[in-house]
Every structure is written in structure tokens, then in C-alpha cells.
Ligand binder design. Structure first.
Ligand SMILES: [Zn+2]
Length: 54
């Protein structure tokens, strides 16, 4: 099951999808580092992740 996460930073709206939670965490933190000079805790990403088809 693919996982999806949406960035909650102001006016960002980035949506990240991945094939596993581990990959999602990696991709989310790449985005957080590149776009916001920040990072997201693993448990926060897991809490916010939703299942998507595909
Ligand atoms: Zn963002």
C-alpha cells in the first residue's frame, strides 16, 4: 500500500507519496530539508501518513 503525506507549512502544499513508510520518511525529510531547512519527526510523519491506492 502506498503512503501519502502532505506538507502543512504555510503556502507549501507539497504532497509526497512513497511505496513504504521508510521511503516516505526519507522523502519527506528530503523535502523538509530542501524547502524549509527543517525536518519532521518519524512519528509525526507516520501519524500524518495516509494510505493511497497505486
Ligand atoms: Zn513543504
Amino acid at each position: 500500500m502506498a503512503k501519502q503525506w502532505s506538507c502543512n507549512e504555510d503556502r507549501c502544499g507539497e504532497v509526497v507519496t512513497a511505496d513504504s513508510v521508510d521511503e516516505l520518511i526519507e522523502k519527506v525529510n528530503e523535502h523538509m530539508r530542501a524547502a524549509h531547512d527543517s525536518y519532521e519527526l518519524e512519528e509525526m510523519i507516520e501519524d500524518a501518513a495516509v494510505d493511497v491506492d497505486g
